[in-house]
Design a protein around this ligand. Sequence first.
Ligand SMILES: [Fe+2]
Length: 317
Amino acid sequence: MDRTASAPLSALTPQSPAQWQQAPLLFEHRLHTDPGFDKAAIADLIGRYPRQNYSIVHMGEQGANGKRVWREGEFGGLDGHRVLDAIERGRLWLNLRDGHDFDPSLRAAMMALFAEAGALAPPVSSYDHRMGILVSSPNAQVYYHADLPGQGLLQLHGRKRIYLYPPRPPFLSPEGLENIALSQLEVGLRYEPDFDRGAQVFDLEAGQGLFWPLNSPHRIENHDCLNISMTLEYWTQDIRRNHMINMANGILRRYFHHTPRNRRLSGPSFYAKAALQSLWRRSGRLESLRRAARPVDFRLDPEHPGRIVDLDGNLPA
Ligand SMILES: [Fe+2]
């Protein structure tokens, strides 16, 4: 495979997305050496980021009696450097969503990544590409969850451990996937520590990236350092159809108390379900479910970098 000297995925092996769907694919990239992705550039990006396009989440301690604490907040007027400082000292996870829509250089980087990946994998075309930047605290974790689109993760700074689980029971149930599709909240899956025996574990370094099979549940533990990563998201026709089935089966189960009997991606039952989920989405009946899922309830504390303040003014316990 010919590749120019500036190609970003310098050690991606020529496997197609169809193969990526069967097993995780570890690859190398060079974005971590690009000044457009150094810490100062990321701080500048944070400072310019539109409110509606970021989520900042506060998390509990690793293994804190298995109790989950996942709260959404806002910067509270801090500039990008102070936000980065707060993340470096706290237990925070910042997701800068849809960077390609906001910043032309992020769009260019994303397009270059998908162009190279696509050139390596001509049989399957992907579309609706999206990217984001994740900035997270030393030792922070992301709880066990699964994502609906195709996913990739590129490490830019720091080091993190990724546990990837097979996308099938007991790791992922049909109901679990349907609930994610309906609520758009990825973290409601049941997790048992025993699942770890079925996990593949990767320690991702700056300059490395990972694609994984569709819907594979995963959880992440940062090493003891600030982490900055790029997320990639893509769709294919099969992924889109799977999503419609998740939606329709979830609607049948939740609202009609009917246990779906198949996940066919073509034929009469597929088209009936495609119509059902489309009708349901347009009816607005899922909106309240989605709004209730993500209340914003804290802001960063300007006096104590790394700490947070409840939006009602009380310090969190
Ligand atoms: Fe994820």
